[in-house]
Structures are given as structure tokens and as C-alpha cells.
Design a protein around this ligand. Structure first.
Ligand code: GLY
Length: 319
């Protein structure tokens, strides 16, 4: 009996704590959140502007991050995302993407070929299937069944670079700040719903079949509507080993600011071999609308829009 009462009381306590946490979050609503906030990796100005437009038209954070990620996916000049992305070592463009909404729903596609907007396929996986991950041929067929057009994603420019690479064939899975710009994009809307999206063509000239962190929930992207959201860019293998985005949100849960949580997550990479030779950048957004970022190497830009003001910032870095 006593044990039962104890369990009942603990349950009530937990429910009480949850309500208190909710109240705490609600009372911390600040000006940023009246209009929403958007943050994205690298200089993805057009992406955050597209997301911001959705928020200003009273759209959801989910619609905003999807719209935002679609911008570099369609941009031929962006050689790390979607159409125009560098191919793998066989000359095939393979795409990874993930999306999460404010209810903790998640969808991802891995190793998707011939479909320009993997982020929208990931959203359909989330909304139309009982699953979280669809990979390769299954993901492609699912996209086609749902009306996506098949296209050649290898642009003339990326093919030219690939032909040059093939001459030397020096496969080296190292990401420098210049050669990689996966988009991670996070938003909070006027109703304080958080969502995030992450999309990439992965490492340039990677092994056929290689998948990075971007489609892996908790690594390339994580959203907890009570706490905040985080996303990653850079060497996926390093991010996966440390479950980067999830760890940032968990550190925010313990009270760290988005920037401090990103910094601590970067410091966790240091025991990976050769931390001077690769780049990882993290961005984060709290439920209160506070943003932060941190990177391993210098020169990691990120972009933010709040209160209608666009800012291009450079993250502090460990090295
Ligand atoms: N961060 C993207 C990738 O490693 O594929």
C-alpha cells in the first residue's frame, strides 16, 4: 500500500514538475518569440529569409524549416546540398536529410538518389509512414509514389570537379571549412513551436553508400519542444560518434545556454583522432528563442533572423 502511495505521489510530483517547467517556459517568452526566430548553418541567407517569410505569414516552424532547407537543395551552386551536390566516388549524387517537429515527430531519408528535395521526402516519411528512416531505393520509390520527379542531380560544375578529382583519385575523407556546407536550420514560430531540418549531399567524393550524421536523429538534428533544438555540420563521422545534436539539447536541459552547450559538445570531439584535421560546427536554439553556435575550427559562419533583422555571424571556435 505504502509503495503504491509512494509511486502515486512520485507520479504526481513528476506531473507537477512538468507543469512547473511549462509555466517557467511560458513566463520566459521574450520579444524574439513574438515573431519567431530562425538560425541556419553557414551563410544560408536565402534559406533563413525563406523560413522567416513563412513565419511572418503565420506559418509553422515546421513549414519554415522545410522551406528554408529547400533553398540550397535547389541551388546548383551549393555543392554540398541537393541538386549540384558533389557526387560520390562513383559519380553518383546521394542525399541525406532529416526533419523534426514540435511534437517530437521525426523523419529521415538516407542515400536518396535522383530526387532534388530530400527534406520534403523526409517530411513525408514523418507524416505518412509509421517509420522514421527510409533509405536508398525504398526512399526513392516512396518519393516517386508520392509525386516527386526523378531528375539528374549531377550538375555540369560538380561533374567537372568530379572528373578532376578522378584524375588524382586521392580519396581523403577530411572536411575543410570551405568544402562543406550542410544546411542545418532551426526555427521557433509565433506559437513557440520548435522544428528543425538538416539536408546534405555528404562528403565530396565519398565511398558509395556512405551516410553521414545529417539524417541520423540526435546526431545531425535534434528537437525537444520543451528545451530547444540543435543541428550539426562538418565531418559526419565525428558528429555521429558523439551524438552531437542530442547531447547539446540535453546540456541545454541542464541549464546551459545554446552557445555553452554547443561549446561543450565541440569539446567532446577532442578525443577523436586528429581533431585539428576536421571541422564540426554546431548551432542551437532554445525554447526561449536564444541562439548559439560553436565550431572546432575557426571561420564557421551561421545566420540568424529575429525581429526581422538578418545577421551573419561567426561562431567562436576551439582552435
Ligand atoms: N555533415 C554532413 C556529412 O558528414 O555528411
Amino acid at each position: 500500500m505504502q509503495r503504491r502511495n509512494f509511486i502515486k505521489d512520485s507520479g504526481l510530483c513528476l506531473a507537477g514538475l512538468t507543469i512547473l517547467q511549462d509555466l517557467h517556459n511560458l513566463t520566459k517568452i521574450d520579444d524574439h518569440r513574438k515573431e519567431g526566430v530562425v538560425i541556419a548553418t553557414w551563410n544560408n541567407q536565402k534559406a533563413v529569409e525563406a523560413a522567416w517569410k513563412v513565419l511572418q505569414e503565420n506559418g509553422s516552424a515546421l513549414n519554415a524549416v522545410e522551406e528554408g532547407a529547400r533553398v540550397p537543395e535547389a541551388d546548383e551552386k551549393d555543392t554540398s546540398v541537393g541538386y549540384g551536390g558533389y557526387p560520390d566516388r562513383e559519380g553518383i549524387v546521394t542525399l541525406d536529410a532529416s526533419i523534426m517537429d514540435h511534437e517530437g515527430n521525426a523523419g529521415s531519408v538516407f542515400f536518396l538518389q535522383g530526387i532534388k528535395h530530400p527534406i520534403s521526402v523526409a517530411r513525408l516519411v514523418m507524416e505518412k509512414t509509421p517509420h522514421v528512416y527510409l533509405a536508398g531505393e525504398g526512399a526513392r520509390l516512396f518519393a516517386i509514389e508520392n509525386g516527386f520527379k526523378e531528375e539528374n542531380l549531377l550538375s555540369e560544375g560538380s561533374n567537372k570537379e568530379y572528373q578532376e578529382w578522378k584524375k588524382k583519385n586521392n580519396y581523403s575523407p577530411v572536411i575543410g571549412p570551405k568544402v562543406h556546407d550542410t544546411i542545418g536550420i532551426l526555427a521557433i514560430d509565433k506559437e513557440t513551436r520548435l522544428s528543425g531540418a538538416c539536408s546534405t549531399s555528404g562528403l565530396a567524393f565519398k565511398m558509395h553508400g556512405r551516410v553521414g550524421d545529417s539524417p541520423i536523429i540526435g546526431s545531425g538534428l535534434y528537437v525537444d519542444n520543451m528545451i530547444g533544438a540543435a543541428s550539426a555540420t562538418g565531418l559526419g563521422e565525428a558528429v555521429i560518434k558523439k551524438v552531437g545534436s542530442f547531447s547539446i539539447v540535453e546540456m541545454m536541459r541542464t541549464g546551459h545556454s545554446p552557445k555553452k552547450a554547443c561549446k561543450k559538445a565541440i569539446e567532446r570531439l577532442l578525443d577523436i583522432k586528429g581533431p585539428k584535421d576536421f571541422q564540426v560546427g554546431y548551432i542551437a536554439l532554445s525554447k526561449e528563442g536564444e541562439v548559439g553556435a560553436y565550431s572546432l575550427q575557426p571561420n564557421f559562419p551561421y545566420v540568424v533572423i529575429r525581429e526581422g533583422k538578418f545577421e551573419l555571424k561567426y561562431a567562436n571556435s576551439y582552435f
